[in-house]
Write a protein that binds this ligand. Structure first.
Ligand code: G4P
Length: 537
């Protein structure tokens, strides 16, 4: 369905990267991310019928926790990156993994986007997962567009919703639309800036299909159909809203200080067009990327990009992987040779993949902001940088200290090689971290949430035919250790061999029994830095 665009989108520019919008949707489970994704894709003509993305949401809910992630993974590959085009703008929607547990994978996906849509359930407000993901966006100053969903149901008062966002997230909010009634009184959405009433030609609250330009809140097209009590409330909201909240300020939005708020119903199509037109018009286009020594600008001639995600074992028969590369600069052409900076090797990218919703296609050309999938056999890892020759590393993809540690127990000691390979691969995907203790041979795995442990057991069983279990350890967190003086570090590590392990890249970590111990040992060793995150280079 096409609707009038009151705010014309940015004109298709001659510089393709300026027409790229690379974004993610963040939300708490059930707020409506899947429904919104589906509607956004439909609005861009990327999927033919509603239901393809939805099927995923349904499957997900029907299962036990690990199954949920496991099965989701099976189809998440093709939907990890969804590209669609509308009015000359190319949208790259990156799927943030849907697990309840925050994982590094989620964080890394957010390193590859330029903006995020935060979906909030109108009745529930800001929930735990939304807040966590929001904090990640804030860390990276990612501009956020807020979508208050499910206004066709009974929800909180719109002003209350706005205040909650403002207070809970310490952000300026600016309402872009207002709900015209909610729940059983739901009539549609009022776009107060452009004076448009978006409603249904059918029953009250039915699917959105009509845009009525109006002269104002006293227009007969509104007052003639909408209940008086709903009109009174709408008028009051618009009046109070214009006094209480600042005007939309593009700069503040792009800097991540202000969030425009759209009210809508993903299920009934309200608000989708406003959001997509807003992103098209107000950007942001691909940002510059922090790297060692300098920032990489999207307008640079030479191609560069970084791996933000690796998906292993898409086909269990072949140990193939896909590295998802976000392009930072230049114009990428299929067949190009790029330098894999960490390995100091050239790689020919002969079969890059573009992701169009459910299908995969071979990419011929890609621009900054785009994501390409590069099939490989394990050479490419998360954090790797690809360039046309320059020795530069993209920065800002940290590893996080795990909050749950367990020792790996192997049932059949003949399978130690498979187990290690499996754990290395899963660590590569960001599902677990592995630590190799200085004393003893059993690896310790670290995760951010316990749910991930079940997934590890299950995937090792299915993909590596290896049964493992986990034993409790006395540790509950880890810190990467560093010192300016190598000798000081060496002495410290030697004196503490019992509590020391190496991570996957042979970087030393200290395993702690408690938060108290972290403080105590840090105070006693002022020359040593105990870090909660480690930059992957
Ligand atoms: P998620 O990906 O964030 O987990 O949420 P999802 O889109 O799967 O939506 C969660 C539930 O909320 C679904 O209902 C969905 O239909 C419903 N929903 C999404 N947007 C709206 C909306 O604007 N209004 C209303 N009233 N409901 C909405 P379900 O019954 O759990 O699943 P299903 O049987 O509809 O698939």
């Amino acid at each position: 369905m096409s609707v009038i665009d009151a705010e014309p989108v940015a004109k298709a520019s001659a510089i393709p990267y300026e027409n790229r919008r690379t974004f993610a949707i963040i939300s708490h489970p059930d707020a409506g991310k899947t429904t919104l994704t589906e509607k956004l894709l439909l609005s861009g003509g990327a999927i033919r019928a509603a239901g393809q993305v939805r099927a995923r949401g349904e499957r997900r809910r029907a299962r036990s926790d690990w199954m949920k992630i496991e099965q989701e993974r099976g189809i998440s590959v093709s939907s990890s990156v969804m590209t669609f085009e509308r009015d000359g703008i190319v949208f790259n929607l990156l799927d943030t993994p849907g697990h309840e547990d925050f994982s590094e994978d989620t964080y890394r996906t957010l390193t590859a986007v330029d903006a995020a849509i935060m979906v909030i359930d109108a009745a529930k407000g800001i929930e735990a997962q939304t807040r966590k993901l929001f904090e990640v966006c804030r860390l990276r100053d990612i501009p956020i567009i807020t979508f208050v969903n499910k206004i066709d149901r009974e929800g909180r008062h719109p002003l209350e919703a706005l205040d909650e966002i403002q207070e809970a997230l310490a952000l300026d909010v600016t309402p872009m639309t207002w709900p015209v009634g909610m729940g059983s009184d739901f009539f549609g959405v009022y776009d107060w800036k452009n004076k448009l009433f978006r409603t249904s030609s059918g029953d009250r609250g039915g699917p959105f299909d009509t845009v009525k330009p109006v002269t104002g809140l006293d227009d007969e097209q509104l007052t003639g159909v909408v209940f008086d009590r709903v009109m009174e409330e709408l008028t009051e909201n618009v009046e109070l809203g214009s006094e209480a909240y600042p005007e939309f300020d593009r700069e503040a939005f792009l800097e991540g200080h202000m969030t425009p708020v759209f009210f809508g119903s993903a299920l009934r199509d309200y608000g989708i067009d406003e959001v997509i037109s807003f992103i098209a018009r107000h950007g942001p286009s691909p940002h510059s990327q922090p790297a060692t020594g300098r920032r990489i600008l999207p307008g640079e001639d030479k191609v560069s990009g970084f791996v933000f995600k690796v998906q292993a074992n898409m086909d269990p028969k072949h140990r193939d992987r896909i590295a998802f590369v976000r392009l930072c600069s230049g114009t990428f052409k299929r067949g190009m040779k790029l330098k894999h900076v960490r390995a100091s090797k050239q790689i020919a990218v002969t079969a890059p993949i573009f992701f169009f919703a459910e299908e995969r296609e071979i990419a011929e050309t890609a621009y900054p902001g785009d994501v390409i999938g590069i099939p490989n056999h394990g050479q490419l890892r998360v954090g790797d940088t690809l360039t046309e020759g320059e020795d530069i590393h993209v920065t800002g993809l940290p590893a996080f200290a795990p909050e749950v540690l367990r020792r790996v127990r192997l049932s059949d000691t003949m399978r130690v090689k498979q187990m290690r390979q499996g754990l290395e691969d899963l660590a590569e995907e960001g599902l677990v971290q592995i630590f190799k203790p200085a004393i003893g041979s059993n690896w310790i795995v670290g995760v951010v949430g316990v749910l991930q442990l079940d997934v590890v057991v299950e995937r090792l069983r299915q993909e590596y035919s290896t049964e493992i279990g986990f034993d409790a350890v006395q540790y509950n967190t880890a810190r990467w250790v560093e010192a300016d003086d190598d000798l000081v570090l060496k002495k410290f590590l030697e004196a503490n061999r019992v509590n020391v392990a190496n991570d996957r890249d042979d970087k030393p970590v200290f395993l702690f029994k408690s938060a108290w111990e972290v403080n105590y040992i840090s105070e006693k060793n002022p020359d040593i830095r105990f870090r909660e995150t480690r930059e992957i280079v």
